[in-house]
Design a binder for this molecule. Structure first.
Ligand code: NAG
Ligand code: NAG
Length: 322
């Protein structure tokens, strides 16, 4: 399919988790923010492609995504052979490929505060990603972990930086369906938790593809309120093509997902109730694509799961036709 390749030339490069810059440089009260660079025009173009693809998705339409039981929750994600998707997913597993993860652990030194992550911790993070995305019948497999000692990269891999380019150029592995995760310190960008490329960026800039996260956001990390692994789940959301729940504010079509109510601005903390738009439904504060604390985030909706499968099919060759 030629269209995506043409389109990517026009599209913004990253969904960045960018910190707001305080005017006086005082970063004490910065709220971690995930600001996306995808502009509404680009998103509309992508949406057109997704819409046009509808007729070819017939073989997936019977699948009730999101209805998987949790029975294989404790599966060993480190061992592909042990993965046992329920029979509903087997129907499409015949045709889809596993998403391999290459984890690049960039550290200043081999201490925890220097960014060093033990394999056990990385596996916990992968397991959390697996738990959420298996509802879209996806399987993630940790293929390898690289420990990279580089203080400059640890401190300065900000979106669009020369350090980001150097790191990714040297270490990115695999094709469009290979997830490269870079854990770094993001020291020079306080408040930044991570950022990701979108699937539609791949053709134009394959080396840039992947997600970057703050090392302390992994399960058992020590980033205040963002230390249970939901940041990586959120960034993987962008990597599979999801937008923020507050994309476009209260105006339609927002995030292009019909079962995530519109939200005028990101939500922080874990509010008991929040409703910032006149349209039906209160704000999706428990959704992984909002900015609430990790403990507040619980799910992706069926609409999001359905959409990401379609986008992966179009832009990351998720399904191989025989
Ligand atoms: C930064 O802001 C916080 C809260 O507003 C304040 O308590 C602190 O004194 C400020 N720090 C500096 C260096 O201005
Ligand atoms: C390791 O790196 C971190 C972050 O730069 C630093 O705070 C810490 O002092 C370093 N520890 C050692 C033992 O060099």
């Amino acid at each position: 399919m030629l269209l995506p390749f043409i389109l990517t030339a026009f599209l913004g490069a990253t969904a960045a988790l960018a910190a707001p810059q305080a005017d006086d440089g005082n970063t004490t009260n910065l709220q971690p923010i995930c600001a996306t660079n995808a502009n509404p025009h680009d998103i509309a173009v992508i949406e057109q492609v997704v819409e046009n693809d509808k007729t070819t998705m017939k073989d997936l339409e019977d699948l009730e995504l999101g209805d998987l039981s949790d029975e294989e929750e404790d599966e060993d994600v480190d061992d592909a052979a042990h993965y046992n998707p329920n029979h509903m997913c087997k129907k499409i597993y015949k045709k889809i490929r596993t998403i391999k993860i290459h984890w690049h652990n960039v550290a200043a030194n081999n201490t925890r505060e220097g960014g060093y992550l033990k394999k056990k911790v990385i596996l916990k993070q992968v397991k959390y990603i697996q738990k959420i995305y298996k509802k879209a019948c996806l399987r993630f497999y940790l293929k390898g972990v690289n420990h990279i000692y580089n203080a400059d990269w640890f401190n300065n891999v900000a979106p669009g930086s020369p350090q980001e380019k150097a790191l990714k150029t040297q270490y990115r592995h695999g094709d469009e369906l290979t997830l490269n995760i870079y854990s770094v310190g993001l020291v020079s960008t306080p408040g930044l938790l991570g950022y990701s490329t979108f699937p539609w960026n791949f053709a134009d800039d394959p080396h840039n593809d992947g997600i970057v996260i703050h090392y302390a956001t992994v399960p058992g990390g020590d980033y205040p309120h963002y230390d249970e692994g939901a940041v990586a789940v959120h960034e993987v959301g962008h990597w599979v093509g999801l937008l923020h729940t507050f994309q476009g504010g209260c105006s339609q079509p927002g995030d292009f997902v019909s079962d995530t109510p519109a939200e005028s601005t990101p939500a922080f903390g874990c509010p008991k109730y929040r409703n910032t738009c006149a349209s039906t439904g209160s704000d999706p504060i428990h959704n992984f694509m909002d900015y609430t604390y990790d403990k507040c985030k619980t799910h992706l909706t069926k609409g999001q799961l359905w959409r990401l499968v379609k986008i992966l099919k179009i832009f990351r060759k998720l399904i191989r036709h025989h």
